[in-house]
Design a protein around this ligand. Structure first.
Ligand code: NA7
Length: 561
């Protein structure tokens, strides 16, 4: 294992404790940024390898996006048994999920359980932001500074910053003028918020807005939903998990995980190889009806060509529009809720529990921002083109600067002063979604050019951490000091990412997937759309081919450089 010089510093401070700006520099093997799925597993893995590690997390505790997203109705849209770690049989056996799709409090309880069971909290400084990470070419290490004034030096830097960690306010003037209670879904307060008797506004109708609306609509005095682009949402049909079923799952976790790892989505949801037009219209209808009844993302797995055949896609979209018409009483409201003009599933498919039914309640009002756009925020609420709507509370569910936001939000400076912001000015680029040319020993988990948001994030996180751990072990065994991808390898990977993305309808909607929700952001689908298995295979092929596409330097070469 790489070993760092003896630490000239106190041992890890308790979470949340501050350090003076004059604290001595700490020398580490690995710095890990983020305490979500990727960061927690990285801390565990590297510790078990005997590495000296330090993690940083801007939140007050473990959980990543689930630490911040405490809004009412927050819930995962993948089955809990799938959306959980596979690296520890003990965790699998000792933890019991209560619902098919866990709500945020249960997900956070799971993070806490993992952190405690594996004693991981002591590796992190919480409430701590990394403000810069600068590569020191001479000494072949990363110099990492935090907002507490501390400096750390580490051979490796692992950015487990996640694809959704920088919430985005809407680009509407006057937010600071608003005097009512402003709530951001992605920065929800820890205390309970009550809506009884309140006039509440929600801006945004993505996965988050839909979960908020269906929950807040139950108790709010009046709820005003500001919708610009309607999402397609399907019934989640969540249910409690029976003890007998949970026992079966626990007996068969190994096989379940194996199936997930060998699938395109990194999960166990069924996927068809059937082409839409290969079966008769009545069979298609039957399959779609069944998927609707089964709930979850079943619809997405009904046909194999939904994201490559626009006609097939449109027929499925029309099926869902028909369902909206069946549920929503007022035809005008139903019409506004029906998504048009982009392929179904090109925006993240949403799962709901009674979302469309919410609009049948007299206290819920839908505002179509396409015909009555928001002009500005006022002291009392929101002014649309047709007038002012007074609100006691305003909830922003306006999404994230996804995929690239976290790493571009602070100074990450590689060789020759080259920054990630410069590297990504025309769009995110990397080799295998894991490393960037010019940034030695800097790894990403769930990076923007891997499957990122298109496959189970827990499986991707575990895969990436394992690969990074393998590279570090390889380097230790071979006496290597630095690893960096070549420009050519990065170019070739990005060519593949680009070529594959041209074949899918995923880039045909204005979403955070393509950067459309952030003004001035480079546009394009940066994710690897070939599926999780193909991604794993590409990574494994590079590793097995002697780390093809990577350049290593020996310890003394690096020191002499
Ligand atoms: P999303 O899916 O990016 O949704 C954000 C929503 O906010 C979307 O409906 C936007 O409409 C809306 N928005 C943003 N700015 C405005 C303005 N100015 N006016 C009106 N509406 C606006 O984020 P989520 O948090 O819901 O979901 C993120 C991911 O979390 C999701 O994909 C899952 O992976 C889980 P727009 O589409 O821009 O017209």
């Amino acid at each position: 294992m790489p070993s760092a010089p003896p630490a000239s510093h106190p041992s890890n401070r308790a979470p949340g404790s501050a350090a003076s700006p004059s604290s001595p520099v700490r020398r580490l093997d690995v710095v890990v940024v983020g305490a979500g799925f990727g960061g927690l597993y990285a801390a565990y893995k590297f510790r078990e390898m005997g590495l000296k590690i330090q993690g940083f997390e801007a939140g007050g505790d473990v959980g990543g996006v689930w630490y911040w997203n405490r809004y009412p109705g927050a819930r995962v849209d993948l089955p809990s048994i799938d959306y959980s770690y596979s690296f520890s049989p003990e965790i699998e056996q000792e933890w019991t999920w209560s619902e098919q799709y866990a709500a945020q409090p249960e997900l956070l309880a799971y993070f806490n359980f993992v952190a405690e069971r594996l004693d991981l909290r002591r590796h992190f400084q919480f409430d701590t932001r990394v403000v810069s990470a600068v590569w020191d070419e001479e000494r072949a290490l990363w110099v990492v500074k935090t907002n507490r004034g501390d400096t750390f030096e580490a051979t490796y830097c692992v950015m487990a910053t996640g694809p959704l960690s920088v919430p985005k306010d809407p680009e509407i003037p006057g937010l600071d003028r608003y005097r009512g209670r402003l709530l951001r879904a992605g920065r929800w307060p820890h205390e309970e918020v009550r809506f009884e008797g309140q006039r509440v506004g929600v801006i945004g109708t993505g996965s988050t807005g839909i979960q908020v609306v269906q929950e807040v609509g139950k108790t709010a005095g009046e709820l005003f939903v500001f919708q610009r682009t309607p999402s397609f949402t399907m019934p989640m049909r969540n249910q409690p998990l029976e003890p007998e079923y949970v026992a079966e799952v626990k007996r068969h976790y190994a096989g379940i995980r194996e199936m997930a790892r060998n699938s395109a989505v990194g999960g166990v949801r069924p996927q068809s190889s059937r082409a839409f037009f290969s079966v008769t219209p009545s069979q298609r209808r039957q399959l779609l009806d069944d998927a609707w009844k089964n709930g979850g993302l079943a619809m997405l797995g009904t046909f194999a060509d939904l994201m490559i055949n626009p006609e097939a896609n449109e027929q499925v979209a029309e099926f869902v529009r028909g369902k909206i018409g069946e549920v929503v009483d007022d035809p005008k409201t139903a019409d506004i809720l029906k998504p048009r003009g982009y392929p179904i599933f090109a925006r993240r498919p949403c799962l709901d529990t009674g979302y469309y039914e919410t609009y049948n309640q007299p206290n819920v009002h839908l505002i179509d921002c396409n015909t009555d756009g928001i002009v500005e925020f006022t002291e009392k609420g929101v002014r649309t083109e047709s007038g002012e709507i007074e609100l006691d509370m305003l909830i922003l569910a306006t999404g994230y600067d996804g995929l690239t936001g976290a790493l571009m939000a602070f100074d990450v400076v590689g060789r020759d002063g080259h920054t990630v912001n410069e590297h990504w000015k025309d769009g995110a680029r990397s080799y295998l979604g894991l490393m960037m040319d010019g940034f030695p020993n800097l790894f990403m988990t769930t990076g923007p050019n891997g499957p990122a948001a298109l496959a189970n994030i827990v499986r991707i996180s575990e895969h990436d951490v394992d690969l990074i751990a393998g590279a570090i072990t390889h380097m230790a065994q071979q006496g290597l000091a630095t690893i960096v991808p070549t420009r050519q390898a990065e170019d070739e990977w990005m060519d593949l990412v680009h070529t594959l993305s041209q074949r899918t309808l995923l880039s045909k909607a204005k979403t955070w997937y393509v950067g459309a929700n952030v003004k001035g952001k480079a546009q394009g689908l940066p994710m690897f759309t070939g599926g999780f298995l193909k991604y794993r295979e590409a990574c494994a092929a590079a590793v097995n081919d002697g780390y093809r596409g990577f350049v290593f330097e020996r310890q003394k070469e690096a020191a002499a450089a």
